[in-house]
Design a binder for this molecule. Structure first.
Ligand SMILES: Nc1ncnc2c1ncn2[C@@H]1O[C@H](COP(=O)(O)OP(=O)(O)O)[C@@H](O)[C@H]1O
Ligand SMILES: [Mg+2]
Length: 461
């Protein structure tokens, strides 16, 4: 099964949205990192302040520091609406002076600058400050090591607020861009949707061209091709319709004639007359079968017929002689002198033998049937120029009037008063076959001034 192509609209949106959202994610990560850093910068200062205030409660007695901080004062100092704070205070020799016993002693070297970092306390993430500070204002005062820890609520809240203020406008921008693109593509593709509706709403008999106004430039060639195909289809349909109508019309008369003859024969009781009626029936049936054969041939040789002709190299000189030979008995029966004038060397053309034989047969058949008894029919092959070969069939019969020269090639057209029976299809078929061979068939003034010359000029292979 073949998977349907993704719609252009969806494809464009995905192409645009995926990279934009990926960019947004990258940007959000960077923004989060910056926000956390800024929040720490803001609150580390106040954490250091608290550390200093705790150290302010240190008294130095006999050169030894001591923390003088009541529980109540400590609670006030460490009070915070959002976070929990705890501290640890130690002397230079490592003695713990007060604070939370769970805080791990710091490894900060005496005299080193204060250090800020994230860690865990009581299974909670916290921010630490640790610093060495002088125990009193006096010079040569001992130093104490203060550590203060604070949970991260304030910092997280601030970082989140900063992140949102950066990312939210960007997200909004992407949403708006998406909407604009979606809308724009929809508008841009509207002519295609209209085109699709125009095709689907159409009756299968309507082969008029699709409207090309408002069709986007990229699609225009496709519509033009479709229109071209429709017009070719239209011509074929029209041709077929006309053909079927003509064929039905042409078959009606002989078939009703046949029926009338059968009715008469059925009423016949005398065996000899019955025999005669049946013999006549045979002639009529034969005529009918010839008509049907010609109709089929016409349909088969129609330009653009379904089965393409396979042209092959063929020697017209030898071929015309061979086809002409088949007509000798018929010509003798009518007392006609059938002659052949060739060039006696190969004249190669591209041809389909069966069809070419039919063409030559039709021309010789006419020449023999429509010319005077004891007349002369000549089949001639000659070289007209370096690129063309001519096949000409001349007779002595009554000349076809100049005004009829083109019309005799039309279907079902017969000259008034043509005595022999026929369908008027022979020359139409010959003309179609000539077209299939890229040859030109014409009826010319006869060279000797008597009768007709049908000429077919083929391009050399
Ligand atoms: N060689 C010819 N001499 C005189 N008339 C001809 C000749 N060939 C064709 N015609 C005229 O052209 C008409 C059409 O010929 P054709 O298409 O072969 O149909 P059909 O032979 O069945 O009548 C004929 O009926 C005849 O009137
Ligand atoms: Mg004929």
């Amino acid at each position: 099964m073949h998977k349907p192509e993704p719609r252009l609209q969806r494809k464009l949106l995905v192409l645009l949205l995926v990279p934009l959202l990926a960019l947004l994610a990258l940007d959000a990560a960077a923004a989060w990192w910056t926000s956390v850093r800024l929040a720490n910068l803001a609150y580390d200062r106040s954490l250091h302040e608290i550390a200093r205030e705790i150290v302010l409660h240190v008294r130095v007695e006999d050169g030894r520091p001591r923390l003088d901080l009541s529980q109540g004062a400590a609670d006030v100092l460490l009070r915070d609406p959002q976070d929990r704070l705890s501290f640890r205070l130690a002397a230079e020799d490592g003695t713990v002076l007060g604070g939370d016993p769970d805080i791990v002693p710091a490894l900060l070297a005496p005299g080193a600058p204060p250090r800020y970092f994230g860690d865990q306390l009581h299974d909670e993430p916290v921010r630490f400050v640790e610093a060495w500070m002088p125990a009193s204002e006096r010079a040569a005062s001992p130093r104490v090591l203060i550590q203060v820890a604070e949970t991260l609520n304030k910092r997280n809240t601030l970082a989140w607020e900063m992140l949102l203020s950066i990312v939210a406008p960007q997200l909004l921008l992407i949403l708006i861009a998406t909407f604009i693109v979606w809308f724009g593509v929809k508008r841009g593709l509207a002519p295609l949707a209209r085109l699709r509706r125009a095709v689907s709403d159409r009756s299968h008999l309507d082969l008029s061209p699709l409207a090309t106004d408002n069709v986007p430039g990229e699609v225009r060639p496709l519509v033009d091709e479709v229109n071209d195909l429709m017009s070719r289809l239209g011509r074929t349909f029209e041709f077929q319709n006309r053909f079927v109508a003509d064929a039905a019309h042409q078959l009606k008369t002989p078939v009703s004639g046949l029926k009338a003859q059968i009715e008469l024969a059925l009423r016949e009781s005398d065996p000899e007359r019955l025999r005669h009626a049946i013999a006549q029936l045979y002639v009529s049936a034969d005529r009918l079968s010839r008509l049907v054969r010609q109709l089929l041939s016409l349909a088969r040789n129609e330009p653009g017929a379904l089965d393409a002709v396979q042209l092959q190299p063929l020697d017209l000189d030898a071929f015309a002689l061979q086809v002409g030979m088949d007509w000798v008995p018929q010509a003798i029966r009518r007392g006609i002198d059938l002659g052949f004038e060739g060039v006696r060397r190969p004249m190669m053309i591209a041809a389909e033998p069966d069809r070419l034989r039919e063409l030559i047969n039709n021309l010789i058949d006419n020449a023999i049937r429509y010319s005077e008894r004891d007349g002369r029919v000549t089949v001639r092959v000659s070289e007209t120029d370096a690129d063309h070969v001519q096949l000409a069939i001349s007779d002595d019969g009554p000349a076809i009037p100049v005004v009829e020269r083109a019309r005799v090639f039309e279907r079902f057209h017969r000259l008034l008063g043509t005595p022999e029976d026929g369908s008027g299809l022979g020359l139409a078929i010959a003309s179609e076959i000539a077209t299939l061979h890229k040859a030109r068939i014409t009826l010319e003034e006869d060279s000797d001034g008597v009768g007709n010359t049908f000429s077919v000029i083929f391009p050399k292979a």
